[in-house]
Design a binder for this molecule. Structure first.
Ligand code: AMP
Length: 143
C-alpha cells in the first residue's frame, strides 16, 4: 500500500501555520484542532518546517513562559523529511523509525498535498495483519 491510498481514505487537508506566527498561536491551533503537529509553510505553500508538541515542550523547558512570544521559526525543525504519493507504508515506517518523528508531510512538485501520521500508518498495518490472519484461518478451515 502506498501513501496515495492513505490520502484517498483520509483526505488531503493539512493544518499549516506560517513561520512568523508565535508559539502561542501554535499552541492554540494544536489544541483547537486536537492534533500533535503543524506543518510550517511559506506564502508559496512550500514546506519550511515542522512544529510538534515536542518542540513546544523543548521551548518551554529552555525559555519558560517567554517562549510563547517567540516566532515558530525559532523553534521548528527546518530540515523536514517528506514523502511522495508513491512512497509505500513500509518506507514511511522506516522514515519515522530512523528519524524518530511521527509525522511525514506528503509533497508533489514542491507543494504540500497531505500528511501521514504514525496513527495512519499503524491503522493500515493492523488492518493488513488482520486480513492476513483471516486469510490464513479461512485457508486452514477449508483444507
Ligand atoms: P513528532 O514525533 O512528529 O511529534 O516530532 C518529533 C520531533 O521531530 C520534533 O522536533 C519535530 O519538529 C520533528 N519532526 C516531526 N516531523 C518531522 C519530519 N517529517 N521531518 C523532520 N523532523 C520532523
Amino acid at each position: 500500500m502506498t501513501v496515495a491510498r492513505i490520502l484517498a481514505e483520509k483526505g488531503r487537508s493539512v493544518v499549516t501555520v506560517q513561520p512568523e506566527r508565535t508559539l502561542d498561536d501554535a499552541v492554540h491551533l494544536l489544541a483547537d484542532k486536537g492534533i500533535g503537529a503543524l506543518v510550517v509553510t511559506d506564502e508559496a505553500g512550500s514546506v519550511v518546517g515542522m512544529l510538534s508538541e515536542r518542540d513546544i515542550m523543548r521551548a518551554l523547558a529552555r525559555q519558560a513562559a517567554a517562549a510563547f512570544d517567540a516566532p515558530i521559526a525559532s523553534h521548528m525543525t527546518a530540515n523536514v523529511t517528506t514523502c511522495k504519493r508513491t512512497t509505500t507504508i513500509e518506507e514511511v515506517m522506516h522514515l519515522m523509525t530512523e528519524g524518530r518523528f511521527r509525522h511525514v508531510p506528503v509533497c508533489e512538485e514542491g507543494k504540500l498535498i497531505g500528511l501521514v501520521s504514525i496513527g495512519d500508518v499503524v491503522k493500515r498495518r493492523i488492518a493488513a495483519v488482520e486480513a492476513e490472519h483471516q486469510a490464513m484461518r479461512d485457508y486452514i478451515t477449508m483444507a
